[in-house]
Design a protein around this ligand. Structure first.
Ligand SMILES: Cc1cc2nc3c(=O)[nH]c(=O)nc-3n(C[C@H](O)[C@H](O)[C@H](O)COP(=O)(O)OP(=O)(O)OC[C@H]3O[C@@H](n4cnc5c(N)ncnc54)[C@H](O)[C@@H]3O)c2cc1C
Length: 296
């Protein structure tokens, strides 16, 4: 399969990229690692007159620790995330998820920004970021706007991003003391597998072990990654005694009831719903241990 013809631009300054996107909007596509975009262009699923490469722009890569949390550049690759457990600190769940994305070859190219904008329901990096309460910064000629990731995804391949906007930062709030998060993915194979079901959990505990806040995200069981809000409500105010506490079982069952899985070639809706329960129970147990500093 050959790529179709398009004009190719490599801006060196963000302002230049912003102006190109302002002029071309929907007729141009931004290129990061290319693992989704080039496949779509080759298959003819996407037709554009221009491709604007982001890889020469300064300031879109890297990971920066700030007083209020982390700032991640959209060009950070899955391989870089997977190898940054220590630098990510309490957000190390991102490294856990990035390490499960594709294969080493794909992880070396696939970027965090591309993974979010592609907006696949089964993408690996959106559930942990949603669980951590992250937001994204979108830049256009009109300036910057910050959008909470919760509400950013509108459907498969659809987000709040306008065609001329460039994703320029991903902001992860500092989780603080007493927090833990975990991610699990289920596929038919261990590697090079898009999730059949995925789950991320974030727990914030008070000093006496009471759950002050819970965020539970289910991937690949709806048109976007879904929050299991009823399960979260069940957990708030509870004080689990161990990682197998019955409250974790009740919350997992509630989450499975909130999932909206479909039947497809990867698995049946019934199997997926059953696996949501298993995966949510596992991530809750691990997030709880981590919140207590009892598991790395
Ligand atoms: C063999 C294979 C296996 C895969 N396995 C997995 C997997 O296990 N899990 C998973 O989640 N994904 C998987 N993917 C999908 C893909 O690798 C990821 O979604 C990847 O993170 C996309 O990033 P990219 O840099 O390659 O994006 P690109 O292909 O460069 O871009 C993807 C989309 O995002 C837009 N975009 C990119 N950066 C920006 C930006 N900064 N601002 C605005 N728009 C932007 C592009 O215009 C395009 O529409 C797989 C892909 C392949 C080919």
């Amino acid at each position: 399969m050959l790529l179709p013809r398009f004009e190719y631009q490599e801006p060196k300054e963000l302002q230049e990229a912003v102006e190109l996107m302002d002029a071309w909007g929907q007729r141009a596509a931004l290129l990061a690692g290319g693992t989704d975009l080039l496949v779509n262009l080759k298959k003819g699923g996407l037709k554009v007159a221009r491709v604007v490469y982001l890889g020469r722009l300064e300031g879109l890569a890297g990971l920066e620790s700030r007083a209020d949390g982390l700032r991640l550049g959209p060009l950070v690759t899955a391989a870089q995330l997977a190898g940054s457990t220590a630098a990510l600190g309490p957000a190390a769940v991102l490294a856990e998820a990035a390490g499960r994305l594709g294969s080493p070859l794909i992880r070396n190219r696939a970027t965090l920004g591309g993974n979010l904008i592609t907006a696949r329901p089964a993408a690996d990096l959106s559930p942990p970021l949603l669980a951590l309460g992250a937001s994204v910064v979108l830049t256009s000629r009109q300036g910057e706007r910050t959008v909470a990731l919760d509400g950013f995804f509108k459907g498969p391949g659809q987000t709040e991003r306008r065609p001329e906007e460039i994703l320029t930062s991903i902001l992860v709030p500092g989780p603080g003391q007493g927090c833990g998060a975990a991610y699990e993915k289920l596929g038919a194979r261990r590697t090079l597998e898009i999730s059949m079901v995925s789950a991320a959990a974030y727990l914030k505990l008070d000093g006496d072990g009471t759950i002050r806040q819970a965020r539970l995200i289910m991937g690949a069981v709806g048109p976007t990654p879904l929050r299991a809000v009823q399960a979260e409500d069940l957990l708030a105010g509870e004080r689990p005694k161990d990682q197998d506490d019955p409250i974790f079982c009740s919350a997992s069952l509630a989450a499975a009831n909130e999932a909206r899985p479909i039947d497809d070639h990867r698995g049946s809706a019934e199997y997926r719903r059953a696996m949501v329960e298993v995966l949510i129970r596992r991530v809750l147990g691990r997030a709880w241990l981590r919140a207590q500093g009892r598991q790395s």
